[in-house]
Design a protein around this ligand. Structure first.
Ligand code: SF4
Ligand code: SF4
Length: 356
């Protein structure tokens, strides 16, 4: 993104926030690789810090971690940027999926940078995307990531990939293995948070989220691309071509009609979910997952549906077992109303690295 676009984008976001009387903003930097533009990232933070009258502005960043060197960590810490590390999995998977241009694997650099990141912020999270090609190694990847010291692990499926029943059977076995491991971590009161199980157990122990408690695509959040075009969510940006899901630009503002239409389409009841016991619990409300796998945001994607039908029974089995045992860590995490607040506060602990 060019500096002039970045400056206009900051002005746009602040103006919109003022109009809507928003009290807190979370600015997320995504790429490509945002650390390639470290100076611009710092400029954007400074602009928010000097121009904003909003009481709370926080920052987060999604990075592949290759440039998480001491100098960059110091700069990120100055602005208290919460870092989310995007990995492909254990070193063998990482080296295969993300080699450098000279063919060397990238895992060696990461194994040096991960301790540095976790020393600075022990609550940094790690995200990895599972594809049909990597499904068989998911448990190894989760165990490896946890062994590096990550407490927060987010696993997402590549919904745009072509999954067949054999791939899903492989994934199911892997999820069962991870489920056993996760269950034991809960019993032992180890602070491991694995989104695929935490979210689904919560979807049973807590009331369903209202539409504005979820991401409210295009309304509660939006993404600004390097061109200045605005998209409903980062997943829609792609190659930043002016496609049907552009909801405005920073020069002319939102196309409110399109913005509302996309939000309403995403929220619409899905006919294929009518009568399903998992409706209200499953993630078929995520417009992006539906769109990236089927090209439609108002229909539940078949792969989302298959995945939910695989993972929900595994999560429920863990929940039933631990409830019967009256496991205290389990009850605290999933039934104590104060837990999400305590947990959220802990997650945002991002301290400034002191100068030597
Ligand atoms: S996507 Fe599938 S599992 Fe989810 S609610 Fe709809 S029918 Fe049920
Ligand atoms: S991926 Fe889904 S849940 Fe995430 S921001 Fe986009 S629409 Fe919302």
């Amino acid at each position: 993104m060019r500096q002039e676009i970045a400056e206009k984008a900051v002005e746009f976001v602040l103006r919109e926030a003022q109009i809507k009387q928003i009290e807190s903003l979370n600015i997320m930097f995504f790429g490509g690789e945002p650390l390639l533009c470290m100076d611009l990232l710092c400029t954007i933070c400074q602009l928010f810090e000097t121009k904003s009258s909003i009481s709370s502005v926080s920052y987060s960043l999604s990075t592949n971690g290759i440039l998480l060197n001491p100098a960059n960590i110091e700069k990120l810490s100055k602005h208290r940027v919460y870092v989310s590390l995007s990995l492909d999995g254990a070193p063998d998977v990482q080296d295969q999926q993300r080699p450098f241009s000279d063919g060397r694997g990238s895992s060696e650099v990461l194994t040096q940078n991960i301790p540095r990141l976790l020393e600075w912020n022990p609550c940094a999270d790690s995200r990895f995307v599972v594809t049909p090609a990597t499904a068989g190694g998911v448990s190894n990847s989760v165990f490896w990531i946890a062994s590096q010291g990550f407490k927060y692990i987010t696993m997402a499926l590549d919904y745009s990939a072509h999954w067949n029943m054999a791939d899903l059977a492989v994934l199911k076995n892997q999820l069962k293995i991870i489920g056993k491991w996760y269950e034991q971590k809960l019993i032992d009161n180890k602070p491991i948070y694995l989104n695929c199980f935490d979210e689904r157990i919560s979807s049973r122990t807590k009331p369903p989220l209202g539409c504005f408690e979820r991401c409210s695509v295009g309304i509660g959040q939006y993404s600004i691309a390097p061109s200045g075009r605005i998209y409903p969510c980062v997943q829609f940006v792609g190659d930043d071509s002016a496609h049907d899901y552009v909801i405005g630009d920073i020069h002319n503002g939102f196309d409110e009609r399109k913005r509302s239409r996309i939000f309403e389409l995403g929220e619409q009841e899905k006919p294929e979910c009518s009568g399903c016991q998992l409706a209200g619990r499953c993630s078929s409300w995520c417009a992006c997952s539906n769109w990236s796998s089927s090209g439609q945001i108002d229909r539940a994607s078949p792969i989302v549906c298959e995945f939910e039908r695989i993972i929900m029974p595994i999560a429920d089995k863990i929940g039933n077992k631990l409830w019967k045992k009256r496991s205290r860590p389990f009850i605290h995490r999933f039934y104590n109303p104060a837990f999400p607040v305590l947990d959220f506060a802990e997650q945002l602990i991002v301290e400034e690295v002191p100068h030597d």
